[in-house]
Ligand binder design. Sequence first.
Ligand SMILES: [Zn+2]
Length: 74
Amino acid sequence: MPRYDFRCRSCGATFELRRPMAQANDPAVCPQGHEDTVKLLSTVAVTGAAAASRPTPAAGGGGGGGCCGGGCCG
Ligand SMILES: [Zn+2]
């Protein structure tokens, strides 16, 4: 389950919550009970997933014949 960081604009505290992605944009309540919070950009979960799904350009690079191996020529 992804982790989301929040910051309370009332007391300035930062806290994190684990919640389903479907509830990522739901309002979060500060541990101190404040409701004026903002969601901070998560770095670990988001960037990790994006990098993993992205094909590595190092496989091609104009070595000659590498393109057909990927099936993009057929
Ligand atoms: Zn607070």
